[in-house]
Ligand binder design. Structure first.
Ligand code: HEM
Length: 292
């Protein structure tokens, strides 16, 4: 479907966004397993950040207070290792699940190509161009399929980040074992890489990723889709018109329709998302404050 058609269709459904409150339809976007894994990733990432940063800024009063709150530098180290272990388990499980699903369903190609793939494609480049044109008022707002280019960017940032931060972290965790395999200077590099990548990851997740989830005008104050797994019809039509039309064309839309999110799942989203947002913003403020 062309972007122009998508926009025309989006404009046509503009009214349904307004009527969203009445009899809202919902569609399934994330499975319970995906939501649970994201929750674990969030918790362990925040845990690693809070327990790791006091080491970088050990001379700062806030870092010493934070380390004390976490049970001293030893307690923080333990929390860091527990969170890191769970994070690695979540990451490895995710990769295994992606391959297992693709091979079992005979859809190996769909993992690399097509609307459900996280692999960047030509359309993503076109979407970036059109979105930036829209930012400066030079074109209509583009419509997206299952994954937007910024969602793919976030995904790969975490994916490759896991190899860098996880790999270097394991070297720091098990120096005796790795010293039998690697030269000594690798440990200096690992220590440097781990700290710098951590700052980059924290800076990125707690600003760009949070902005996309919380602060975009149409999402403010919070997009709860990753917690409830359900996207309301007006959002699917309003932002992911290409996906909506594709599902309609392929006759798959009806099968995706689901019940409204329960108030418990919404509250869970608001609570865990809100706590992460507050901790993330405080962390970024402290890092920026410590630089000057
Ligand atoms: C995923 C696997 C990870 C492993 C195995 C790991 C492991 C480690 C280990 C063993 C240390 C040394 C801690 C100590 O001596 O007490 C460390 C330090 C640190 N970690 Fe991690 N970590 C991981 C993920 C993360 C993540 C996701 C972040 C940030 C979001 C992070 C941030 C830090 C920071 C800032 C330090 C201090 C670095 C320095 O002193 O320069 N780590 N990590």
């Amino acid at each position: 479907m062309s972007i122009a058609t998508g926009n025309a269709a989006a404009a046509a459904v503009g009214g349904s966004a307004g009527a969203a409150g009445a009899a809202q339809r919902y569609y399934r976007r994330f499975t319970p397993v995906e939501r649970i894994m994201h929750a674990f990733l969030m918790i362990t990432f925040v845990g690693c950040a809070l327990s790791g940063l006091p080491l970088i800024y050990a001379e700062r009063a806030w870092a010493q207070t934070l380390a004390r709150l976490l049970g001293g530098f030893e307690g923080a180290g333990l929390i860091h290792r527990i969170c890191a272990f769970v994070m690695i388990v979540v990451f490895v499980s995710h990769v295994v699940m992606v391959f297992y699903k693709a091979i079992k369903g005979g859809r190996l190609m769909a993992m690399f190509w097509g609307p459900d793939s996280m692999v960047p494609q030509l359309q993503d480049g076109i979407d970036i161009w059109n979105n930036f044109k829209w930012f400066i008022g030079r074109g209509p707002r583009p419509q997206f399929d299952r994954w937007t280019y910024w969602e793919k960017f976030d995904y790969w940032a975490v994916f490759w980040g896991m190899f860098i931060i996880g790999g270097s972290g394991l070297l720091l965790w098990f120096p005796v074992f790795f010293s039998k395999l690697l030269p000594g200077w690798m440990f200096n590099i690992a220590s440097l890489v781990h700290g710098e990548e951590a700052l980059l990851a924290v800076g990125f997740i707690f600003t760009f990723h949070f902005f996309n989830g919380h602060l975009r005008p149409e999402k403010f104050p919070m997009d709860t889709v990753i917690f409830t797994g359900r996207i309301p019809e007006h959002e699917l039509k309003g932002e992911r018109q290409v996906e909506y039309q594709r599902l309609l064309r392929e006759g798959k839309l009806e099968a995706k329709e689901t019940t409204a999110p329960t108030s418990e799942s919404k509250w869970f989203g608001w609570t865990i998302g809100g706590i992460a947002l507050v901790l993330g913003v405080i962390t970024v403020v402290l890092i920026v404050y410590s630089i000057f």
